[in-house]
Write a protein that binds this ligand. Structure first.
Ligand code: SF4
Length: 346
């Protein structure tokens, strides 16, 4: 089967997000650049890590590893490639570089920020540590390497509740996502765990945008709809959801269940991917696009493989790297701990 036919086989099912559903002509037009990228990957021993939120033609055409932040961090840790191209945003590429200091890591998009990662600096964290000297600093993975270097442990949306519960301390400062932090407080209360969780004041502009009235209207229209929400959504949205999980957790839930329709309260890229992997399932709106994730293009991926600019390359100072690595390694340690091995707090 030709590259264009393979692309069309997958992308014709995409209705959510930018660009879909894709026509045969669009797939035919994209095929040469997809072929060129895949040939360069082999020639240079490069791999492409693609977050679920990037455009579906990147995932289907050139992605070697696809997933959420936690899975991609593990994929970055395990790869034997010399070059990692991270089709996502810069903080994720920084995590890959911290885990692979000897590999070349590129972030192809020039517009590679994040409303969470951009909201807090290492200077802010040092100030807060002076203000809350008894607190353990837990950062969401959506932070820069410099911020991670100042924190004790990082978490992703797939492990935030369990790690905070397992930490052997009852004083936590969680940053930067205030909405996720409010959900952590609610979840700890549901689990009967008492911890003082202090919060920073930043939000993901994509997940903050979902509104309860719209969700309720959709429930009225599709009484059997299952509502899946990401922990970056506001607590009133989480309270309306049937299932709360990271993007990987949502994909697993979709594979394991068979309801009449699903509403995915996260970035549109997940619905696009789910439509490709599960074309028989029905997805209903709304979803919202992340302008940072959607700024990744096949053209930029080709550019960094052929002739990268200096600012495409992700570099981390050695002094920052050691602290950030300890923070990320602590995440792996606590995430993979069996509940029975978890230290107990006071
Ligand atoms: S979806 Fe939100 S948290 Fe994720 S990269 Fe975009 S702005 Fe950041």
């Amino acid at each position: 089967m030709s590259t264009a036919e393979l692309l069309y086989q997958e992308l014709q099912h995409v209705a959510f997000g930018s660009g879909g559903p894709f026509s045969e002509k669009q797939c035919l037009d994209m095929a040469p650049i997809v072929d060129e990228i895949n040939a360069l990957k082999k020639e240079k021993n490069a791999v492409i890590l693609a977050h679920y939120y990037v455009d579906p033609q990147i995932i289907s055409g050139v992605g070697d590893f696809v997933g959420d932040s936690y899975k991609l961090a593990k994929d970055a840790k395990g790869t034997n490639a010399d070059i990692i191209v991270f089709a996502a945003v810069k903080f994720m590429a920084e995590t890959a570089k911290v885990l692979n200091p000897d590999k070349t890591v590129f972030v192809p998009s020039k517009y590679n920020g994040c409303s969470l990662a951009d909201a807090v600096t290492d200077v802010d964290v040092r100030r807060l540590k002076a203000e809350f000297p008894e607190h353990t600093f837990v950062c969401y993975i959506n932070t820069t390497a410099a911020v991670k270097a100042e924190c004790d442990v990082c978490v992703t949306s797939s492990n935030v509740y369990d790690i905070i519960e397992r930490l052997p301390t009852d004083k936590i400062y969680f940053l930067p996502d205030r909405l996720m932090g409010l959900n952590v407080r609610d979840e700890l209360a549901r689990r009967g765990v008492k911890k003082d969780v202090q919060l920073y004041d930043a939000t993901c502009y994509v997940h903050e945008a979902f509104d309860v009235d719209r969700v309720e209207k959709l429930r009225g229209k599709y009484p059997e709809v299952r509502v899946l929400a990401h922990p970056e959504c506001a607590p009133d949205i989480i309270a309306k959801a049937d299932f709360v999980a990271s993007t990987k957790g949502m994909m697993q839930y979709l594979q394991d269940t068979d309801y009449e329709a699903y509403l995915l309260l996260t970035e549109c890229g997940l619905a696009s991917r789910a439509e490709i992997e599960m074309p028989d399932k029905k997805f209903v709106g709304p979803c919202t696009e992340c302008r940072y994730m959607k700024s990744n293009t096949l053209e930029d991926i080709l550019r960094v493989l052929k002739q990268p600019d200096n600012d495409d390359r992700v570099e981390i100072d050695a002094s920052v790297r050691d602290g950030a690595l300890a923070c990320i390694e602590n995440m792996f340690k606590y995430a993979e701990m069996k509940p029975s091995d978890a230290p107990t707090g006071d």
